[in-house]
Design a protein around this ligand. Structure first.
Ligand SMILES: C[S@@+](CC[C@H](N)C(=O)[O-])C[C@H]1O[C@@H](n2cnc3c(N)ncnc32)[C@H](O)[C@@H]1O
Length: 281
């Protein structure tokens, strides 16, 4: 059974050793479990399998992305593709995709899944690069670039202008950049806790939004059969669609559309926004 709750929490984010621990419940978990708790990044070798487990059935933004990219006559650059939540639908829709990510664990999962696909020749249409998307320097120019939900938030605000200019540089004239911007469902200064029960593990996702709405702290406590507790963390800088649109224009893009993303189950707007920008021809 899964459950959700929202709890007020202190705004000061303490740090334990080199790794940032989100304030509130995650900090209390770390204090309670002490040395029994392993702490890692949500996307590294320990965190990647947990991230994949909790997101692999998430169908959000897939319809919007496939609709927007229908008829795109050239290769698609998927930034921060992870384990392929968006990459696989793109491949199955016939796109030529270059997927970039820094996580060996998630790219390994993506490659394994593509290998298991039936004969769609999908594997022939996928190039996987283990690279930092903020320092990308490829020879190929793409008809479209894609950055899925949450991930623009992994780029620090001060680095965003340079990152957007670099994406622009990797597009063909007329090429489009699709970015999903999240609007946190948690109220500022509060946290949301959601428990996910899998076959052999219990994962508790904790999301805390800073009072000033500058950032969202993410923690996932994973307790798996035969393994000790593991706390996985990530930190997301929040940006509004308006602010991002202005930054895209400053980087040389024209804004093509700003539209709501729909919850695939409920069919209603899920609060997130798909911004589509175009490199002028
Ligand atoms: C929120 S996940 C999104 C993954 C995938 N797009 C999805 O929808 O499930 C963020 C991804 O960004 C990757 N990532 C984080 N920093 C990165 C960077 N500087 N360059 C490339 N990938 C990065 C992580 O490894 C992770 O796969």
């Amino acid at each position: 059974m899964n459950g959700r709750t929202a709890i007020s929490t202190p705004s000061v984010a303490p740090r334990t050793g080199a790794r940032h621990i989100p304030p509130g419940t995650a900090t209390r978990i770390a204090a309670a479990l002490g040395d029994d708790l392993r702490i890692a990044d949500l996307y590294d070798d320990l965190g990647g399998p947990v991230y994949h487990l909790v997101t692999s059935h998430d169908r959000s933004e897939i319809t919007e992305v496939l609709t927007a990219l229908r008829g795109t006559g050239g290769p698609v650059l998927e930034l921060a593709c992870g384990s392929g939540r968006l990459t696989l639908p793109l491949l199955l829709a016939g796109h030529q995709v270059t997927g970039v990510d820094t996580s060996d664990s998630l790219l390994g999962e993506l490659t394994a899944q593509v290998g298991r696909l039936p004969a769609h020749r999908a594997a022939d249409r996928l190039t996987v690069l283990r690279e930092d998307m903020t320092a990308l320097d490829l020879d190929t120019r793409f008809a479209a670039a894609l950055l899925g939900i949450t991930t623009i938030g992994l780029v620090p605000p001060g680095e965003r202008p340079g990152f957007l200019r670099n994406v622009h540089r990797h597009l063909l004239p007329g090429g489009r950049f699709l970015v999903t911007v999240e609007t946190p469902r948690v109220r500022p200064g509060e946290e949301e806790i959601h428990t996910f029960v899998a076959d052999d593990a219990v994962i508790t996702l904790i999301s805390y939004v800073e009072p000033g709405l500058a950032a969202r702290h993410v923690a996932a406590l994973s307790v798996a059969r035969g393994a000790g507790p593991l706390l996985l963390t990530s930190f997301v800088h929040l940006v509004t669609p308006d602010r991002l649109s202005a930054e895209l224009v400053a980087a040389g893009f024209e804004i093509e559309s700003v539209s709501p993303v729909r919850d695939p189950l409920a069919g209603t707007a899920d609060g997130n926004t798909l911004v589509i920008a175009r490199r002028p021809s």
